[in-house]
Design a protein around this ligand. Structure first.
Ligand code: GTP
Length: 597
């Protein structure tokens, strides 16, 4: 296809504003243009691929569109991950296209992720077509939202298209706007190959599938290509596009978007943002700005039942096949036995991985307190990265510690602003900006990431009844008065509960932790001291008194079935207990103890 007839775009939106529904509509509308047979074929192809278990990324799709002017265009829509944890991936994939549809729910207005994503699009020099979605709903306020887009984002919204992705209103106008308002890509067919690696995922039949945007040159089946970040060579065995089913084609030229397969075993070998060129007569300079995404939040994952360790290892390896940003290494804990120290892009990424392990792979897990990566400056002038509070060196050798900070943007209705400010203040935040857009406030805070990884999202949601939206980016490291707090149960340190805290907040955290543990640890036949300590100094203490009674004693002899039920329950509960010295701690105790309120 010649460049003038290609349009490449992405859709940026806040979660739930209708990105997927709109993408489906665009595919449907253009699929039906070619008539019924075409549509049936297309669906057939999809069914076959489904049966074979091949992943279809329906949101990355090549659409053939004949515009009202009679010209035939190829429209390439690429999907971008929606969540803040994947901001780097978003920023890379934005550079693979020239324009964006900015979808805003006309009943809601601009939200934090609308802003974060549209700023990425602006940074990538995109032309932007604003779309007001859900105009079929009575609560739709297109005029107000247009104004808000102009006030808050600062782009012209007078030409915004009124759309209902549900009923199909405005879909044709959207396709015309893509053709007429978004620029055609540029590229040189005769230059050495430069293909940007936009995305990649693991497929159990085909191995790794790599989505590329050709910047210059031509990519053909059979080519030997090189990943410029690490020099690895691959033989391209398949090239194609998504319609949305996979369709092989002979070559991909400048401006085009499609996939390649090359018997690549793991997504780890395909870094988003990397440049792919030919092994021979390749480009000598990679596309600018490549940096592999690095995990910023770490935690330990341990099987509740030590016998599940091998299963956990298998599952983690499988998961890592398809998730290059997830890292892991084996860890042993005195308290929890064998497990893994895992690294994530953020808290949501952590939750997604933990959920999948528990649900898809059916393993009960203990998750230790999430921790950020600290920079520990030693007295001898060296610096160590600390991924696990348990590895904290002796303070006498430490000069100072630095922690990662973030810039957080929160949009919230006026009436909850006070609570949000208090929450941010409580989490050692420094206010940087406060502006209004209609009845919503936008606050920007500089916060320690450490204070956000615990339960910031949850707290924010609860104090604003779900009306706040939140987004953040890492800004850098700063020194602060940070210490390691240990928890001792019956005088034995429980390594899985140790955490890094700010010195001023240590007492409060320590007290909250021991009080909670006192409620969570079942009483034993002996007295159990529960302490929080910094170094050798105890900063909080509770004592769990001894128990003498049999649990079944409260059944007053009589009811035998009830007695047995209780005993069964007790047995089931036992399985989820971990032994710490002489003390048994239920798994829930860890989970609850690690939440704060
Ligand atoms: P994520 O996939 O979660 O990021 O959300 P999304 O932005 O892709 O939104 P999605 O397309 O899943 O739509 C969110 C919800 O809004 C769904 O329940 C849709 O059915 C609904 N929806 C989308 N567009 C419209 C619309 O034009 N009108 C109405 N009434 N509902 C819509």
């Amino acid at each position: 296809t010649d460049l003038a007839h290609i349009r490449n775009f992405s859709i940026v939106a806040h979660i739930d504003h209708g990105k997927s529904t709109l993408a489906d509509r665009l595919i449907q509308e253009t699929g039906t243009v070619a008539g019924r047979d075409m549509k049936e074929q297309l669906l057939d192809a999809m069914d076959i691929e489904r049966e074979r278990g091949i992943t279809i990324k329906a949101n990355t799709v090549r659409i053939d569109y004949t515009a009202d002017n009679g010209e035939k265009y190829v429209l390439n829509l690429i999907d971008t991950p929606g969540h803040v944890d994947f901001a780097y991936e978003v920023s890379r994939s934005m550079r693979a296209v020239e324009g964006s549809l900015l979808v805003v729910d006309s009943t809601q207005g601009v939200e934090a992720q609308t802003l974060a994503n549209v700023y990425q699009a602006i940074d990538a020099n995109h032309e932007i077509v604003p779309i007001l979605n859900k105009i079929d709903l009575p609560a739709s306020e297109p005029e107000r939202v247009k104004e808000q887009i102009e006030d808050v984002i600062g782009i012209d919204a007078s030409g915004a298209i009124l759309v209902s992705a549900k009923t199909g209103v405005g879909i044709h106008e959207t396709l015309e706007a893509i053709v007429h308002h978004l620029p055609a890509p540029k590229g040189d067919r005769d230059a050495p190959l430069k293909a940007m690696l936009v995305d990649s995922w693991y497929d159990s039949y085909l191995g790794v599938i790599v989505l590329v945007r050709i910047m210059d040159g031509v990519l053909r089946k059979g080519d030997r290509v090189k990943m410029m970040s690490n020099g690895t060579i691959h033989h391209v065995d398949r090239i194609g596009v998504f319609r949305p089913a996979m369709a092989d084609i002979g070559e991909l030229g400048p401006g085009e978007i499609g996939f390649l397969t090359a018997s690549i075993k793991q997504v780890r070998d395909t870094r988003v943002g990397d440049t792919i060129t030919h092994e021979r007569k390749g480009a000598d300079k990679a596309l600018p700005g490549f940096k592999p995404s690095i995990p910023v939040v770490f935690c330990g994952l341990f099987p509740v039942d030590a016998n599940d360790f091998e299963d956990l290892r298998d599952s983690i390896e499988k998961l890592a096949l398809n998730d290059a940003s997830f890292s892991y290494e084996m860890e042993t804990s005195a308290a929890l036995g064998f497990g893994f120290r895992c690294g994530f892009l953020g808290l949501l990424h952590l939750e997604v991985v933990r959920d999948r392990l528990e649900r898809e792979f059916d393993i009960d897990l203990i998750t230790t307190a999430p921790s950020v990566v600290y920079h520990v400056y030693m007295r001898d002038g060296t610096m160590r990265e600390l991924h696990n509070p348990a590895d904290m060196p002796d303070m006498t050798h430490v000069d100072h510690l630095e922690e990662p900070r973030i810039k957080a943007t929160i949009l919230v209705p006026d009436e909850y602003l006070g609570d949000v400010l208090k929450l941010c203040q409580d989490r050692r935040g420094i206010q940087e900006d406060l502006t209004y857009a209609g009845s919503r406030a936008m606050v920007v805070y500089d916060l320690p990431l450490n204070e956000v990884v615990f339960d910031f999202y949850d707290r924010l949601k609860s104090v604003t009844k779900g009306y706040a939206s939140f987004d953040y980016q890492l800004t850098g490291y700063r020194e602060d008065n940070l210490v390691k707090m240990s928890i001792l149960v019956n005088d034995e340190p429980v390594d899985a509960l140790s955490m890094m805290v700010h010195r001023d907040r240590a007492e409060m955290r320590g007290r909250a932790m021991v009080e909670k543990l006192k409620d969570l640890i079942p009483r034993h036949m002996f007295k159990i001291p529960i302490q929080a300590a910094i170094g050798g100094k105890v900063i909080a203490r509770e004592t769990l008194s001894a128990l003498r009674k049999d649990v079944t004693a409260k059944c007053y002899g009589g009811d035998a079935t009830r007695k047995r039920k209780l005993l069964d329950k007790q047995k089931a509960g036992k399985k989820k207990m971990r032994q710490f010295g002489k003390v048994e701690i239920p798994q829930e105790a860890f989970i609850s103890a690690l939440k704060m309120d």
